[in-house]
Design a protein around this ligand. Structure first.
Ligand code: DC
Length: 234
């Protein structure tokens, strides 16, 4: 066992990783890492400094040059995690589409993934860490005590995404959404760098058709057994 325990939760977007990680970190009183938010923050820093995302080495260098101070605060209920960058809540800002697409293009580069490696690992602090992402169990925390991989079929994830967009007053074609999610899955699972796949020994859970309480209940039970805990508070 590593000194400070880590639980990794990987999988594609729309599988409920964020909510699950928030609930686990709150239940255990452990720290939280939303690694996708770090990719988005890097995109935000580049935008602020007017560095185009195509200047990959320059953007990657911002991590060491700026040493951004980031803190994640797990949310109540199903609210998104609060993301504090150098003392300011940037959650809403980094979840805008432009940061998302810039983050996605940056994430395809080895230089960027390398620059984020130590930064991500620095979140492993006492008493434990719950890490949410795509390659937490395979690359960033290969020695994690518990690795979870969430899946859900593209239709189910499209339904969740459609609802989120509708709440923001954005209307899109449902069929187009299903197709774009399926296409993104193909890209993510087939890419050479850190392809999206379950880590060896990961517990795979298909969340299609399951409520968030259900998924949390299953994982909480595994945690109780694995860590010999009497209770994970809900
Ligand atoms: O989960 P998210 O949508 O906030 O992630 C933003 C982008 O970063 C997304 O394109 C996937 C990528 N990402 C990644 O490549 N590896 C991670 N560990 C987390 C996110």
């Amino acid at each position: 066992m590593t000194e400070i325990p880590v639980i990794t939760v990987d999988g594609p977007s729309g599988t409920g990783k964020g909510t699950l990680c928030s609930r686990i970190s709150r239940g255990l009183g452990w720290r939280l890492l939303d690694s996708g938010a770090l990719y988005r923050i890097l995109a935000l820093l580049a935008q602020r400094e007017n560095i185009p995302v195509t200047e990959v080495a320059k953007v990657a260098g911002l991590v060491a040059a700026r040493r951004p101070e980031v803190q994640f605060i797990s949310a109540e209920g199903d609210e998104p995690v609060t993301v504090i960058l150098d003392g300011t809540d940037v959650g809403a800002l980094i979840r805008l589409e432009d940061c998302g697409s810039a983050a996605s293009s940056l994430a395809a580069h080895g230089t960027v993934r390398e620059a984020l490696l130590e930064w991500q690992r620095s979140f492993q602090r006492s008493p434990g860490l719950v890490a949410d992402g795509r390659d937490m169990g395979t690359v960033v925390f290969p020695d994690a005590e518990l690795k979870v991989f969430l899946t859900a079929n593209p239709r189910e994830r499209a339904k969740r995404r459609y609802k989120q967009l509708k709440e923001k007053g954005i209307y899109v074609s449902f069929d187009d959404l299903v197709e774009s999610i399926a296409e993104r899955d193909r890209r993510d699972t087939q890419r050479i760098l850190s392809p999206l796949k379950p880590a060896d020994g990961a517990v795979e859970i298909d969340t299609s058709g399951s409520g968030r309480d259900d998924v949390f209940g299953q994982v909480a039970e595994i945690i109780r057994k694995r860590f010999d805990l009497s209770a994970v508070h809900t």
